[in-house]
Design a binder for this molecule. Sequence first.
Ligand code: ADP
Ligand code: XUL
Length: 534
Amino acid sequence: MSATSNATYLGLDLSTQQLKAVVVDNDLAVLCEASVQFDNDLPEFRTYGGVIQKKEEPHVAVAPTLMWVKALEMILDKLRVCGVDFSKVAAISGCAQQHGTVYWGKGSRNHLQQLNPGKFLHEQLVTSFSVTSSPVWMDSSTTKECNILEEIVGGPQKLAEITGSRAYERFSGPQIAKIARRRSEAYSNTERISLISSFLASLFIGDFAPIDYSDGSGMNLLNIHTKDWDDVLLETCGPNLREKLGKPVPSYSDVGPISSYFVERFCFDESCRIIAFTGDNAGSLIGMRLKEGDIACSLGTSDTLFLSLNKPKTVLEGHVFCNPLDDKAYMALLCFKNGSLTRERIRDSAAQGSWQIFNELLDSTPRGNFGNLGLYFDAQEILPFVIGDHRFNKANDKISRYSSKEVEVRALIEGQFVAKRAHAEDFGFVIGPNTRIIATGGASANKAILQVLSDVFNSPVYISEMANSAMIGAAYQAKHALLRNESNFDEITRCLPEPALVCRPYDDAESIYKLMVTRYRKIVEEIKKKTSTN
Ligand code: ADP
Ligand code: XUL
């Protein structure tokens, strides 16, 4: 099926907690959606929130690679049951949680090229991975490798100049370096290293799929200006790494036809093309169709803020990635690890596990929360590099708990958004009278939470028709990449509705939250000082 008016497009998002898929028609209208929840639908892998973290190694976070393979088979079955005619799919693209790495063992390319359509994928790939648990973005166990990487190029500033980010524990370069150093045998038995995005694309083409520039920017290995791997960084992370990574490609690249495995097993047409898969934040940027001045706020497992950039800039906190739609452009990203799972913890302890009660509590407290300010980091946070619960009262005394559930709930939500605004300002995001915040991700369904976002940023908040912007972005990218010689992205997506306004800030919001942002900065400095002297 080529790009005719009957054509459909398939988009996937392999996120932290689930695999999601959507099929859209030629006008980009949604025909069918499906999801596979890792914890509930694949309980045999024993993940919690899609990952495995052990008490004795709290900084290590992995996910079983084979679980993702099984999830792909399940989701295609779900789509088929929902009535999707795979023979009409003209192109497939996808995205995935960023930074995680997949280690294909020696001989695995052969396995991929000779998949037997009579058998399950996971049966055939069970021995294909030299490292069976993939490190994921929640891992923060590579501080040592980060220090080495920064030192080798002359410091964090220099690394940020080359790769768009100083060294971050979850980035793929430090993660690969850890495996090369601590599990050298597994490393040398590795034929290819994929990002989670290119791993999923590899399953579809039945061969190793290339890493795209945008997701490749989250590795601390790619020179974001030349769009090639940096040899010094490669050599520092592991032997023969250039060969193991393959050549990176533009994010809109056609990486090949669908494998005959899917043609025979699921009745895809053999002309169906696979478009490079990318990172979930890049996928969201595509799905949200941001305009100049817009700031995207994704409230998923991680919370992220991002926007398009015409030119790269060098920052020590936050990231600059290649833009997935335009090779000359970039995107800025700030990532906060303690997003939805921390909100769920406080919902469970303060609101009996109900979002409705959580929202009632949130709405029953005033903006500014009587001077209380709380910061809650269940896992080692990225921005700021802090862990634990930190509750402060009006007098700025650190206290162990708040007197009411209402105050606790508001402290959490205000603290999360005040932190976002402080770090966004530090990065240089312009938050002005024309700013629109476009919200996405699971928690963007929650209007009470979005009202606090609107107040803290003193800007109106909008939502797109689809809360799963990464998944839908992948479907848009599939069509865009297939037709890009005939029409540009704006022309292809012009048929879609504009984001809808959900909240406006209250008049007193700016005076309250400007002060709170200043107070947040001081508190974080104090916490960091105390942790470094303990
Ligand atoms: P990811 O893509 O990272 O897997 P999603 O963007 O799908 O995550 O978001 C999943 C999260 O959305 C869940 O962990 C849940 O806490 C959150 N969520 C869903 N509904 C609500 C709601 N009404 N209010 C707040 N959070 C919600
Ligand atoms: C971005 C990041 C997370 C993951 C998971 O740098 O680490 O947002 O992409 O969604």
